[in-house]
Design a protein around this ligand. Structure first.
Ligand SMILES: *[C@@H]1O[C@H](CO)[C@@H](O)[C@H](O)[C@H]1NC(C)=O
Length: 349
């Protein structure tokens, strides 16, 4: 005789689905861990998987205004991690650091790779900022990647429940891979392709990438959220990370002025602990070391309220990047898998 309790659970689920996610979050706090009812707002830190997946994702995601402060990591996939490694590291990303998202970086062209990402993300309650990777060779390889990823998003029935947004990146404007009007057209085509799945589309880009293309307002108008590369180490007036807030504000203000109030993320966001041939400062005073890498995240934590109050529901930030094995000097972990500094950023304030 379990029909009645099941029905009660189902009813509670339907009711909570209809209530506003923000209200829901506060109810949930009151109930604490004793709650019997699944939390339908994905990927909140107190989310519990529902008994049944809803028929679509229109009531699925947490309200964007809850997605400020630290939201997760950039995670480079060029190594084509095994399914097992994805599960292990996504579990660490969720459980150890209280992440809600993984932002993919780089590309793995192994068949079925995005299915492995979906599987590991679902298992660990992580949303994904998926990525069509252009690379740095200014070739057409991204077209095949686009088609493969779009097809995977349609074919995998769970993909729309973990894929928060599809990005074109990284820095296609800054790198000049496509004229801005063609990039805007690609965004619109991808949005049309994904409209039945309700998966939004964006571009992962620096403020400078837009600015050097005359503002590329067509791209800003086309994208659903603004996924910002915030890398103040490269500013011409950079010094130490604890002095970086005005540099962050300067780029952020440009997006506030031109972004029409859209939700914003710092999706490629960090400060390097070492320089390398591809990581060279534009200021003689810029300091790359572990204390400054750490200090940049401390700075963002200190400005949690400022970032929360930004138009569009506040700025959610990713730490770039999970491991030094993925991008030298930017990792939270070093190449031996040890944490380079204490890292437990705020997820709300
Ligand atoms: C979306 O794009 C993929 C890859 O090009 C294609 O296979 C699929 O048919 C498209 N779907 C829609 C609805 O446009």
């Amino acid at each position: 005789m379990f029909a009645a309790p099941l029905l009660a659970l189902l009813a509670a689920y339907v009711v909570s689905t209809l209530s506003h996610p923000l209200n829901h979050a506060s109810q949930k706090e009151d109930l604490g861990s004793k709650s019997l009812f699944p939390t339908p707002c994905f990927p909140a830190l107190d989310f519990h998987k529902p008994l049944f997946l809803p028929k679509d994702n229109t009531q699925w995601w947490c309200d964007p205004s809850t997605e400020y402060a630290f939201v997760g990591f950039s995670y480079e996939v060029t190594a084509c991690q095994s399914r097992e490694q994805l599960h292990k590291e996504f579990k660490d990303i969720r459980d150890h650091f209280k992440s809600r998202y993984v932002r993919l970086y780089g590309a793995c062209d192994r068949e079925g790779f995005y299915d492995d990402i979906v599987d590991a993300a679902w298992a660990n309650t992580l949303g994904v900022h998926a990525l069509i990777w252009f690379g740095f060779n200014l070739d057409d390889i991204w077209i095949g990647r686009r088609d493969t990823l779009l097809a995977a998003l349609h074919a995998n029935p769970r993909a729309k429940f973990v894929t928060r947004v599809l990005q074109f990146g990284s820095e296609p404007l800054f790198d000049g891979v496509l004229p801005h009007d063609q990039l805007a057209e690609q965004v619109l085509l991808a949005k049309a392709n994904l409209s039945s799945l309700h998966i939004p589309v964006t571009v992962s880009e620096l403020a400078f990438g837009y600015q050097e293309r005359g503002g590329a307002q067509d791209v800003l108008d086309a994208i659903d959220s603004i996924n910002i590369h915030m890398l103040p180490f490269f500013a011409q007036d950079a010094s130490t990370a604890d002095q970086a807030w005005p540099l962050v504000q300067r780029d952020l203000q440009w997006f506030i002025d031109h972004g029409d109030g859209k939700k914003m993320y710092f999706d490629e966001n960090g400060w390097p602990s070492v320089t390398s041939p591809s990581v060279q400062p534009n200021s003689p005073l810029a300091v790359a070391d572990i204390p400054n890498e750490h200090e940049y995240y401390v700075l963002l934590d200190q400005h949690c309220q400022d970032l929360k109050s930004v138009v569009g529901g506040g700025v959610g930030w990713f730490a770039h990047i999970y491991s030094d094995n993925q991008e030298p000097g930017y990792g939270i972990y070093n190449a031996n898998g040890q944490m380079k500094f204490p890292f437990a950023p705020r997820t709300h304030c």
